[in-house]
Design a protein around this ligand. Structure first.
Ligand code: ADP
Length: 177
């Protein structure tokens, strides 16, 4: 009996389970990253890791948005400098999705002070100090909040990425692990 491979493939893709893979995180390529031509390098590293881009745009941030975003730092002496730096030039903003996406991106990003970040990380490889190329959410709760803060309805896309079949084991896709 002839085997219908296209039917088997169709059924396999129809049954892709993405439960548990919808955690979202926000990445901002900061003005230093845009000015230094590092947007492509940042996106390359995030895509190679297996993260799914669900939103992407360029924006110029304003004081209100920054004060909300950096509320935990608003009283710090360095805040005015941080605000000025973040507003001065455009940024590129990304919403990314994946299993454990927040932690995965924090690991790829490296610690805050790029001068002390591990080699192999974005900050460790591409920067020297507090001009540290990217922002990334620090918890799944903040990931959700930050994606909503920077993306309007209709700017975040919901689509199946068939690559997931090769990024996660079946039980990981099913949310069992
Ligand atoms: P992260 O960006 O690693 O989540 P924070 O939320 O603590 O770290 O800080 C936000 C940003 O503020 C940092 O990425 C850095 O650009 C800037 N920043 C943090 N601490 C300092 C500092 N002591 N002096 C100057 N800038 C700072």
């Amino acid at each position: 009996m002839a085997i219908n491979y296209s039917l088997i493939l169709y059924m396999a893709f129809e049954n892709i389970q993405f439960e548990g893979l919808y955690e979202k995180t926000l990445v901002i390529v900061k003005p230093d990253g845009v000015q230094r031509g590092l947007v492509g390098e940042v996106i390359r590293r995030l895509e190679l890791k297996g993260l799914k881009i669900v939103g992407l745009k360029m924006a110029q941030l304003n004081p209100d948005k920054l004060r909300e975003h950096y509320a935990h730092l608003a009283e710090k002496p360095f805040y005015p400098g941080l605000e000025g730096f973040m507003m001065k030039n455009p940024v590129v903003i990304m919403a990314l999705e994946g299993k454990g996406a927040v932690e995965a991106v924090r690991l790829i990003a490296g610690v805050t002070n790029a001068g002390k970040a591990d080699g192999g990380t974005i900050r460790g490889d591409l920067a020297m100090g507090m001009c540290n190329v990217i922002h990334c959410s620090d918890s799944p709760e903040n990931g959700q909040i930050e994606v909503k803060r920077f993306f309007n309805d209709g700017e975040v896309f919901n689509y199946d990425k068939t690559e997931y079949l090769h990024v996660y084991m079946e039980d990981e896709r099913a949310g069992l692990r």
